[in-house]
Design a protein around this ligand. Structure first.
Ligand SMILES: Nc1ncnc2c1ncn2[C@@H]1O[C@H](COP(=O)(O)OP(=O)(O)OP(=O)(O)O)[C@@H](O)[C@H]1O
Length: 298
């Protein structure tokens, strides 16, 4: 089994010959067994990236390896829940799960799928078209989890779930990851929701990878600093954002040299780190790949 779930090199996707690039020059590695948050503003390219990894879209340029092979070849081992949760509206919940079993001979876990549905109090005889958005999400997640995939790609899976359902389904996902070593890549706009469950981050902005790597490593590489207003003191460091209020300078930096002794420092939270990069699209990118200890600053 490959120790890498997804690896992209020079990956680009353009829709149509004259369309703009939805993704460009993307390079990152997601090690197997990680739970990865995929974050970024609207239109950044998150759905495109997940659909490429699911083998539903061909890349325009570059390479994408999934579970040690091409995305199309990896599809039987990958569960994908798209943003619009496509299901057959005329089928019942039970028929949908039976279809899941038929489509995944030899690796279908009926107990997992039925448990996800049952916890939502869904009537197995109910037609998909009669379900609410959140209930459909539950059925789509049941299908994806029942497949017992090695890699789960989830595009905003929690967006239309109520808080209790979010909590419960996030718990189910984490249990799956812990029990079977499933790699999960999950996009969301709610960073606080990902903080406790994810250990890896992909921040996509304007079709580029802005941050990629182990969350602890990315957080450790950044410092929130404050001190006397002297921007020159920042010159030695990679600055994500800085602000002067009166005589006070505050900044989020990647320190590259010893800091002045009178600066106060604190560790940023994941939400602070992500928001600072979203507010400052020109901030230098950082990609860390644990196995290769590769680091690049663009
Ligand atoms: N099928 C398509 N045809 C043409 N352009 C597309 C298509 N799908 C996506 N795009 C474009 O690619 C870019 C990235 O879109 P994508 O859906 O991947 O972003 P996203 O990060 O998932 O956004 P959101 O957070 O709003 O869901 C956007 O500019 C979008 O307009």
């Amino acid at each position: 089994m490959s120790d890498t779930a997804i690896e992209a090199t020079g990956l680009g996707k353009r829709f149509g010959r004259r369309g703009g690039w939805a993704l460009r020059d993307c390079a990152f590695r997601l090690p197997a067994g990680r739970v990865c948050a995929v974050v970024g503003p609207n239109g950044a390219g998150k759905s495109t990236l997940l659909a490429l990894a699911a083998g539903l879209l061909p890349p325009t340029e570059g390479q994408l390896r999934v579970l040690g092979t091409g995305p199309a070849a990896a599809r039987p081992r990958v569960g994908f829940v798209a943003q619009d949760k496509p299901l057959y509206p005329q089928l019942t919940v039970a028929e949908t799960l039976r279809m899941g079993a038929d489509l995944n001979p030899g690796h279908w876990d009926p107990a997992v799928a039925e448990q996800v549905v049952a916890r939502g109090d869904l009537d197995p005889g109910a037609r998909i078209r009669s379900l609410s958005g959140g209930q459909r999400t539950r059925v789509a997640l049941a299908l994806a989890l029942g497949k017992r995939p090695e890699l789960l790609l989830l595009d905003e899976p929690m967006a239309d779930l109520d808080p209790l359902a979010r909590h419960e389904l996030m718990g189910t996902l984490m249990a799956q990851a812990a029990q079977y070593g499933t790699t999960i890549a999950m996009s969301s706009h709610v960073v606080a929701e990902l903080e406790d469950s994810c250990d890896h981050l992909l921040l996509v902005g304007d079709g580029r990878i802005r941050l990629a790597g182990d969350i602890d490593g990315l957080l450790a590489a950044h410092l929130r600093v404050s001190g006397a207003a002297d921007r020159a003191g920042l010159d030695a460091h990679a600055v994500v954002e800085s602000r002067v209020t009166g005589r006070q300078l505050t900044a989020l930096i990647r320190p590259a040299a010893p800091l002045p002794a009178d600066w106060r420092t604190s560790a940023p939270s994941l939400e602070e780190l992500v928001l600072a990069h979203l507010r400052n699209p020109q901030a230098p990118a950082l990609t860390t790949a644990p196995a290769a200890t590769e680091e690049s600053a663009a």
